[in-house]
Design a protein around this ligand. Structure first.
Ligand code: AMP
Length: 503
């Protein structure tokens, strides 16, 4: 029975003794061992009563087992819903209510807080820790390692990834088997991945970058990954000599450059360094080249579209640009209002069409319709420019998105929370340049007349409510927010005022 994504990424390696994952302790897991584990998990999903098309919400630490949950979902025709490990129980309540998963997997320490959430939404709850333990592993232990792969159509859903919503509500981007496979195929060729590749993987696997870009390409090529639980400079320095390639967010590169142990010798054998998910400063690109002789290959994409453009493997990798549209992907820059193409070199809205583009937002047909043009192009919300050589540069984000440490934060969500605090009349949330995170979240508060605001007390109050990466790293109190003639808050002015607050 065909299941194009499973067959291409996993099925053909079922008998292979070749290493698939090298774990942080140095142990090797073969493709056969990894897929045997995934088969048991797929049987366990069946035993839990899950049916093809059901959602499996997964908020667990990164591990080989967590990655095998992805393979198991693809094989069993289930829809994987990976969730940032920083999300709180309040946030999980929204995701579970919206996606109605049949099963939730969480870290053992979150079980107490998530039990009422799972009960409320009719989901089963099992645990998976970062070391191959938990009630899910126990339930899967006796399952057979034989599993009949569930047949799937190319447009059937493989994953539901939530993006932050501009109005404070997250939207579930529906990604099909064909969306994921087409992107893995084009990236494998564009970046020259082969079974000889050993990718140093320190990205989280709840996000498109670590889960799909990095893992899918490696699986498709039959290569291996050095699978580290998180980015730590010493562990990277220790493992780089064993790798051929690395993918990271810009913060990885600035942190490596901060270390005197990160030398040209350490990486002279490396084939490729890729950066994405947030803008790589041209200075970082140049400093990396000066230190190592390698030009970082910067690419651009988003959850809804997978990867859209990339600098070339062969040829000029231009700092400050994200390169050309990938094969089979159309990208254009248009006037945001009229949708008409702008002149070469002019800034406009980046729009994209191709087999990589998602199937729409889960249960939000109106939102989906708003974000597509009549001719099928998806409106990314990113402002960009294409130069006369065809290189795309991203110049800003029309939707005011903040990207801190590679994670997206929509200001509205944080503003709504700040506005709810006692004595707060209104608030504005912006990103300010941050030496470590790229951008740090800054909140500006206006008190109700006569109220005295205590910034530390407010921060302490909102902490349990939102993920750490979304929490303001600085709060300022102003008498009023700067506004334009139409009454709109002038965020550009606030960004200018606070641009040095983390320097
Ligand atoms: P996400 O959906 O979390 O992958 O975030 C997607 C957003 O990250 C895009 O819409 C861009 O705003 C931003 N982004 C991704 N890659 C780049 C890049 N190379 N340069 C600038 N912005 C980027």
């Amino acid at each position: 029975m065909p299941n194009c994504l499973y067959d291409a990424l996993f099925g053909r390696h079922a008998e292979s003794d070749k290493t698939c994952l090298i774990q942080a302790d140095g142990s090797h897991l073969s493709y056969a061992g990894f897929l045997e584990m995934a088969a048991r998990y797929a049987n366990c999903f069946n035993a839990q009563g899950l049916k093809p098309g059901d959602r499996v919400a997964v908020q667990v630490p990164k591990s080989a087992e967590a990655l095998a949950v992805y393979a198991a979902c693809v094989r069993a025709g289930l829809v994987l819903l990976p969730l940032n490990t920083a999300y709180t129980a309040d946030e999980l309540d929204y995701f579970a209510g919206n996606a109605e998963p049949g099963l939730m997997l969480c870290a053992p320490e979150a079980e107490g807080a998530l039990t009422p959430v799972a009960q409320k939404h009719g989901a089963r709850l099992l645990t998976l820790d970062g070391h191959g333990g938990g009630s899910f592993i126990a339930a899967a232990a006796d399952q057979s390692s034989e599993f009949e792969t569930v047949s799937r159509e190319p447009d059937d859903l493989a994953a539901l990834l939530y993006t932050s919503g501009t109005t404070g509500r997250s939207k579930g981007a529906m990604l099909s088997h064909a969306n994921l496979l087409s992107n893995a195929e084009v990236l494998k060729v564009s970046w020259g991945f082969t079974e000889e590749d050993v990718l140093l993987h320190a990205l989280p696997i709840f996000h498109t970058h670590g889960l799909f870009v990095a893992s899918n390409i490696t699986f498709l090529a039959g290569g291996a990954m050095i699978f580290l639980p998180a980015f730590k400079t010493e562990a990277m320095v220790e493992n780089l000599p064993k790798a051929t390639s690395m993918m990271g967010v810009p913060t990885f590169y600035t942190r490596l450059l901060d270390s005197s142990d990160f030398t040209a010798d350490l990486v002279s054998h490396m084939r490729l360094f890729v950066s994405g998910s947030a803008p790589l400063l041209a200075e970082t690109h140049t400093a990396f080249e000066e230190r190592t002789g390698h030009h970082i290959l910067e690419r651009y994409g988003m959850t809804e579209t997978n990867m859209i453009t990339s600098n070339p493997l062969e040829g000029d990798r231009r700092a400050g640009t994200v390169g050309f549209p990938l094969d089979g992907v159309q990208a254009r820059v248009v006037d945001p209002d009229s949708g008409a193409p702008v002149q070469t070199g002019d800034v406009g809205m980046v729009e994209v069409k191709g087999p990589n583009v998602f199937q729409g937002y889960w249960k939000m047909p109106d939102k989906t319709a708003e974000e597509f043009r009549a001719d099928g192009f998806f409106i990314t919300g990113d402002m960009g420019r294409i130069d006369e050589d065809g290189y795309l540069s991203i110049v800003g984000r029309s939707k005011d998105l903040i990207i801190s440490g590679g994670f997206n934060i929509y200001p509205k969500e944080v503003e709504l929370l700040l506005d709810d605090q006692e004595g707060v009349l209104e608030s504005a949330v912006i990103g300010a340049p941050h030496p470590d995170f790229g951008e740090g979240v800054v909140g500006v508060l206006v008190p109700v007349p006569g109220a005295q605001l205590d910034a530390d007390a407010i921060l302490a109050k909102i902490k349990p409510k939102i993920a750490r990466f979304k929490q303001p790293k600085a709060l300022f109190i102003l008498d009023e927010l700067p506004r334009n003639a139409m009454g709109k808050v002038q965020k550009a002015a606030l960004r200018e005022t606070h641009k040095d607050c983390f320097r």
